[in-house]
Design a protein around this ligand. Structure first.
Ligand SMILES: [Zn+2]
Length: 275
């Protein structure tokens, strides 16, 4: 893209030249986008990602160290043991889709914070305030499975890619305004890959689906995810809204979607129980 940016910043070449330039920039950008197209495990959704897994792992690890340096960790006791047990079972369940992440889970002491995350590259954390809302190990596994789902689907770098792709488009269009109609193909491709779509909700539903599969494979009853979301919803809107809800927005139909997925994941759970 460097070469194109240099060309784009040159002298404005006139209407005909602009259209030619537009097409050439559009074709180059489209080639980059096609090369960066990846398929999400389990759901099969195709998405745009400029980042290799090898880049995600050190990026995530760096962010993790920074986050943890500002927190107090719980490093022993029954809650710590439970979080480590869930993490180990879910990571084992994710093995078929594991792109080579450096998995690690910490428990952060923060009784008023109901939250959890899994960074790109597999670094996870649970805030202790989530445990009373989860109420049981399977429900906590639902949250952690959902977080691992975001990581396996590579939603973090997908978001990064989207903002960068939008930057590319803006730059190209600004350079050759009169040739705007030449961008139909590029714009269409971007829309197809979801750059202009409301990702937040789709990413949430995708993470829900991946999480349900993982918890079922790990031997946790996926029906516990329904209770978890009911308890989360009951707390939303007031001063005790779990912080997890603000970073994981959900539509009113989330519980319905989870219930609709249960026939798909309950047989996986039954099979894992029988092992
Ligand atoms: Zn989420």
């Amino acid at each position: 893209m460097k070469q194109n940016q240099q060309r784009g910043s040159g002298v404005y070449p006139g209407r005909v030249g602009a259209r030619r330039l537009a097409r050439s920039l559009g074709a180059a950008a489209l080639a980059v986008l096609l090369a960066a197209c990846v398929t999400t495990p389990i759901t099969g959704r195709r998405s745009l990602n400029f980042y290799a897994v090898e880049e995600e792992v050190p990026l995530g690890a760096e962010a993790y160290e920074q986050l943890l340096s500002e927190e107090t960790l719980i490093t022993s006791g029954p809650e710590f043991d439970m979080v480590q047990r869930i993490s180990a079972r879910l990571v084992e369940a994710a093995a078929p889709e594991d792109p080579g992440y450096a998995w690690e889970t910490r428990l952060i002491r923060s009784p008023t914070t109901a939250n959890a995350f899994c960074l790109p590259g597999g670094k996870m954390a649970v805030y202790s305030g989530l445990i009373p809302i989860a109420q049981n190990e399977a429900a906590l596994a639902a949250v952690m499975g959902h977080e691992i789902g975001h990581a396996l689907a590579r939603h973090g770098t997908e978001r990064l890619t989207q903002s960068q792709a939008l930057g590319v488009v803006t730059e190209v269009v600004n350079t050759t305004v009169e040739g705007a109609s030449d961008y139909t193909a590029l714009g269409g491709a971007l829309i197809e890959y979801g750059v202009f779509l409301p990702w937040g909700r789709r990413q949430e539903l995708e993470a829900d689906r991946l999480g349900l599969v993982l918890m079922a494979r790990a031997g946790y009853d996926p029906r516990e995810a329904v209770g978890l979301w009911e308890r989360m919803s009951a707390l939303s809107g007031g001063s005790s809204t779990p912080s997890w809800l603000s970073t994981h927005p959900s539509g009113e139909d989330r519980i319905e979607q989870i219930q609709a997925l249960l026939p798909e994941v309950l047989p996986i759970y039954e099979a894992s129980r029988g092992r």
